[in-house]
Design a protein around this ligand. Sequence first.
Ligand SMILES: NC(=O)c1ccc[n+]([C@@H]2O[C@H](COP(=O)([O-])OP(=O)(O)OC[C@H]3O[C@@H](n4cnc5c(N)ncnc54)[C@H](OP(=O)(O)O)[C@@H]3O)[C@@H](O)[C@H]2O)c1
Length: 268
Amino acid sequence: MENRSLGGGRVSVPVVGLGTWQRLEAAAAAGRHRELIDTAIAAGIRLVDTSPMYGAAERLLAEALEGTRDQVVVADKVWTPSPEEGVAQLARAADWYGGRVDLMQIHNLVAWPEHLPMLEAARDQGLVGLIGATHYSASAFPELAELMATGRIDTVQVPYNPLQREVEHTILPLADELGLGVLLMRPLGEGRLVRRQPSPAELAPLRPFGVTSWVQALLKWGLSDPRVHVSLAATAHPDRLRENAAAGSPPWFGPEERAFVLDLATAN
Ligand SMILES: NC(=O)c1ccc[n+]([C@@H]2O[C@H](COP(=O)([O-])OP(=O)(O)OC[C@H]3O[C@@H](n4cnc5c(N)ncnc54)[C@H](OP(=O)(O)O)[C@@H]3O)[C@@H](O)[C@H]2O)c1
């Protein structure tokens, strides 16, 4: 899988990561969260995104990383309006992940002016590697752009898939200009985009790009934008991870193939 750099080259990471919203708990309910993370690592996935918002996901991830923590970039979040609780969330995360969180993001921009100085101090102390911010809604992109322009964060995490392309207007150009890492949430539209699968015959023009499934076409669509660094597809199924990881290798789509995938995605 191709690696791309975050934080001005401080972290190099394979382009397909793993999201944990609802799916890590689902894997755990089936007794498979350790297997999910082990299989992800075996498939070459090295960044896992989580949050205090995702129920037990942070704790389950910590459990599943016993013995493999140093192979994975943990992208966690602070998600609270309370500065005191923000400090407590970071302390819990550092405790879970061996004394350090590789990327700490401000979830949905909640109380970012309060959390940012705390995260900067934590970075100076070595508790945090990179600092980022996330938002799922285009209505918050002006505020996200304001934070990006401060030069105080290393990454942004935003939705990007053929049905959600608002980041093309401001966020991706600004991230590119400022040299910020871009993590994609919802690359499969929270699963909506995989419900209708084009036939193998329809996907045949993408075969020279290593694409053998619709999920791979969607993941490669996002990753073929050179301003993007990591795509965070989430699954509860270990057997789907190799398929997802395989979308992270070149050759990348050009404008023609991206337009082709867009047409297929919006056909119905
Ligand atoms: N504000 C924020 O910070 C924010 C908001 C949203 C998301 N995120 C992050 O971004 C991650 C990804 O977004 P998301 O979880 O909303 O949606 P997503 O990754 O676009 O879609 C997940 C869905 O796709 C399905 N899927 C994954 N691989 C598949 C495959 N190979 N074949 C068939 N189905 C497949 C999963 O089902 P199965 O489990 O059944 O495979 C799941 O229902 C989240 O987990 C989270 O870490 C952050």
